[in-house]
Design a protein around this ligand. Structure first.
Ligand code: MG
Length: 379
């Protein structure tokens, strides 16, 4: 089996999401946006896909496609390792772009074998509890503008079946000076609103000082939170070693720092977090996240996966040491359950008990609307 073509394109669509100056998403006026769509075709006609707003179409077509034509998609690790080393001197070859290649290859292998990807990866469970991941705070009336708004929204999420909720609180440019006391107030009000039996987590501003991070962590320990993630710049691992040694609250990380599974190894060795973190988009695909997951398991640690990607769902279906699927981001003024226009259905519907099933069809299980995609390719 050989790869005969690989092509990445952009699909246009109407978005209601706008990004603020720091890159966080909020509801906004409808506008045209585009999402990347990768197709890899093999000589027997099997096709694999990836779709993501952050893959770099130019890099996939210019750097990756010529390198993989003629390769056997089942020599997946070999392809991934070769592309990983190419990232060093192709500074625009991001981990999200590597992830797109990785997902499309896993999609092909699953389809060819007639099994969902999580079973190819090992197969451990067929469903996973979700946490409702609330969007970053804003200044929108009816949105997430006050601690009270978070509490009201959290009650609605519990009524929908969520057994766990994560808050993202206020960051610049929404508020120029992030406020640890305001974060704790929102967490306190959400805890009061949902009661003691709902698992809660916090992902606050990512550039607090050590003292600010410790203040929040100790307050969250008293509120029975499950973890806090990324309250400081993750490039300072020593700050996380310091925080982790000063608080009893579990610290989850690293999320965004570069280096894939190798950075995770260093954080484990340093004792910089209690719960590991990775995600298919931010660390180069399923292949990298599986390496991290097994590493954490070997050290008796759980890994919690960043983002609502289909790749993360398959990883969670293949490992014993990942507890939750991050479902979101959720906002009072947005409907998460409606599929994006390039899908016929969402891949992560949640049942009334708060569980998401791992897609069970061969491959990754994306339910594409190929007519929409064909009609909206940006040329
Ligand atoms: Mg995070």
């Amino acid at each position: 089996m050989k790869i005969v073509s690989a092509k990445a394109e952009y699909i246009r669509y109407q978005s209601r999401m706008v990004r603020d100056g720091e890159g966080h998403s909020h509801p906004g006026k409808p506008h045209e946006a585009k999402v990347g769509f990768l197709t890899i075709v093999c000589d027997d006609g099997t096709e694999g896909h990836a779709v993501d707003g952050n893959m770099l179409v130019d890099v996939l077509n210019r750097v990756v496609a010529p390198a993989i034509i003629g390769e056997d998609p089942f020599m997946h690790e070999h392809i991934w390792q070769r592309m990983r080393t190419w990232q060093r001197l192709h500074s625009d070859f991001t981990d999200r772009t590597l992830c797109a290649l990785d997902l499309a290859l896993w999609d092909i292998c699953g389809k060819k074998c007639g099994v969902p990807v999580y079973k190819l990866l090992g197969g451990y469970k067929d469903k996973v509890p979700a946490y409702g991941s609330i969007m970053v705070g804003d200044d929108i009336k009816g949105g997430l503008d006050t601690p009270e708004a978070y509490a009201e929204f959290a009650k609605k999420l519990v009524a929908k079946g969520y057994k766990a909720i994560k808050l993202h609180t206020w960051m610049p440019p929404i508020i120029p000076n992030p406020d640890p006391k305001l974060d704790v107030k929102a967490c306190q009000m959400v805890r009061d609103a949902v009661g003691p039996d709902i698992a809660l987590m916090l992902d606050p501003y990512h550039d607090y000082t050590r003292e600010q991070a410790l203040y929040i962590a100790d307050a969250l320990y008293e509120l029975g939170f499950l973890w806090m993630e990324e309250p400081m710049d993750e490039h300072s691992m020593s700050s996380y070693v310091w925080l982790n040694s000063h608080t009893r609250l579990p610290i989850c990380g690293p999320e965004t720092v570069e280096g894939k599974n190798r950075t995770r190894a260093d954080w484990i060795a340093a004792g910089a977090s209690d719960i590991g973190r990775a995600g298919t988009e931010v660390t180069g695909g399923i292949t990298s996240v599986m390496k991290s997951a097994h590493l954490y398991e070997s050290f008796g640690m759980n890994i919690e996966l960043h983002g609502n990607t289909i790749g993360n769902l398959h990883v969670l279906g293949a490992i014993p040491n990942g507890e939750y699927f991050e479902r979101g981001l959720l906002h009072p003024l947005l409907d998460y359950e409606t599929p994006k226009p390039w899908f016929k259905s969402i891949y992560d519907p949640m049942d009334e008990n708060g569980f998401v099933s791992i897609p069970s069809v061969p491959g990754l299980g994306w339910d594409f609307d190929y007519d929409y995609i064909k009609d909206n390719i940006v040329v």
